[in-house]
Design a protein around this ligand. Structure first.
Ligand SMILES: [Zn+2]
Length: 469
């Protein structure tokens, strides 16, 4: 403690497995001790007052698209803008995606995106992506895993853009299993979706207000079952992104009980917002894939935060603005899919589930920081405040009441799907690498010091994510 440069004093430390009053001592950008409240600090150490606050590891967002190009649209942020918004929202690590453009090699896409990490205000990691199999893919995957990118995104939808066939999924999963990597996968059965969209279009119901009907729940269920079967036959790890229904979560949970290392991510908007928004005045602002589901489905999904069956919560941040969303609102097949959310992920989940429904704060940290770090090979450097971890710290006022307004947020867009919601709880002071970056709504240290995080091999036990709160 003698050489501590900064101490976070007087708060309640919340970790994934426990919480207790403790002072956090920081030196050289890392936590050096969690100490009895009141433990003396050396003269000259900066004191950050956390009286009455929750002191949590900064959030780890396992699903965040930065400057993402899909079809005719590119989302509007870059690393500086996205990570600034992340830090304001209490998130201090993002995991971005390197999705190849048609014809581009996965490794080329990954190394190009990785080079942008130093523009970030916080650290970032990267999911690579395989769309098509060829004889160069195993060597590319070997290089990516060796270079700290062991997770690889795949899609069962978006024909002609990113959709991969079952044989490509199987080969990629098997190759990654042997390399210590893992497939992370977007599951919606494309044939069912295309057929449903055709029928909707034929009856004039293909505008944004019909979004939910164009991508039915059973398309997700069917695709999850297929991909789980591949993983089970290979005994390969698999991580399902943005699972939007309890049925999909339960398929994965049942496989996990059979010993398959399979994991569920849900994202904030599926846990909070329902398809009633498609009946409102601006349905295009809520167009995402999978779509928002019924209130009954949202509630059933949310219950799995309590049962332990959901492993992580991501944002699926994709920063389009109103003009982009409106430009193709009459045909969801041509719309930019995705919602801005890297800044709101933690506050809306804290408010709805911790303040509003009694989810333990420890489970909140597990879902939003510790497990995202574990499933991405970033733990214990990230997702915990145990000594030796990076001093990325979100100091929360659990009782603050505030109203969400796009004008007060920092994402590179002019709207938020949570506009007008009143929330309870928000991060007040956020440290990155032991430096105060945001304090009381002000960016006090705008210097980009972000690093690309080299993720370790994925070694997951089926037990992860099953711990009851
Ligand atoms: Zn996504």
């Amino acid at each position: 403690m003698r050489d501590a440069e900064l101490v976070v004093r007087g708060g309640t430390v919340v970790e994934a497995g426990w919480s207790a009053p403790a002072d956090v001592f920081v030196a050289g950008g890392v936590v050096v001790a969690l100490a009895e409240p009141g433990t003396p600090a050396p003269g000259g150490a900066t004191e950050v007052d956390a009286t009455g606050r929750l002191v949590m590891p900064g959030g780890v967002d396992p699903h965040c698209h930065v400057g993402f190009t899909s079809g005719d649209f590119t989302s509007l942020d870059d690393y500086t803008r996205c990570t600034t918004a992340a830090v304001f929202g209490g998130t201090t690590t993002i995991v971005d995606f390197a999705i190849p453009r048609p014809g581009q090699a996965p490794a080329d896409a990954a190394y190009a995106q990785r080079a942008k990490a130093d523009r970030g205000l916080c650290d970032s990691a990267l999911h690579a992506c395989v769309v098509e199999w060829d004889e160069t893919v195993p060597d590319q995957l070997g290089a990516l895993v060796a270079d700290g990118m062991p997770t690889v995104k795949m899609f069962t939808t978006y024909r002609g853009e990113t959709m991969a066939g079952e044989d490509t999924i199987l080969r990629t999963m098997r190759t990654l299993r042997d390399l210590g990597g893992m497939v992370v996968i977007h599951c919606e059965a494309n044939h069912i979706i295309e057929d449903t969209q055709e029928r909707c279009a034929a009856s004039g119901r293909i505008g944004a207000e019909h979004m939910a009907a164009t991508r039915p729940e059973l398309a997700e269920t069917a695709s999850v079952a297929e991909v789980l079967a591949i993983a089970e036959s290979l005994t390969a790890p698999v991580y399902f992104v943005h699972q939007s229904t309890a049925e999909a979560v339960e398929l994965v949970a049942a496989a996990r009980r059979r010993g398959v290392p399979a994991f569920t991510e849900s994202v904030a908007h599926h846990l909070v917002l329902d398809d009633g928004n498609y009946d409102g005045p601006a349905p295009e602002r809520f167009v995402c894939c999978p779509p928002l589901r019924s209130r009954q489905a949202v509630d059933a999904l949310g219950r799995h935060l309590f049962t332990g069956e959901i492993t992580t919560i991501g944002s699926d941040h994709c920063c389009y603005d109103v003009a982009q969303k409106e430009s193709r609102r009459t045909d969801v097949r041509a719309m930019p899919n995705g919602l801005p959310g890297v800044e709101t992920r933690l506050p809306v989940i804290f408010s709805e589930y911790v303040a509003g429904a009694g989810l333990p704060a420890t489970r909140f940290v597990e879902l939003t920081a510790a497990n995202p770090a574990r499933t991405n090979g970033l733990y214990p450097r990230k997702g915990t405040l145990m000594p030796g971890s990076d001093a990325d710290i979100a100091i929360w006022d659990p009782a603050a009441r505030w109203r969400v307004s796009a004008g007060d947020l920092h994402m590179a867009t002019d709207y938020t799907p949570y506009e007008g919601m009143t929330l309870t709880g928000r991060p007040r002071t956020v440290l990155v690498g032991g430096r105060v970056v945001v304090h009381d709504g002000v960016l006090v240290d705008p210097v980009p010091r972000g690093r690309h995080l080299s993720a370790g091999p994925i070694s997951l036990t089926p037990a992860l994510g099953r711990t009851a709160p």
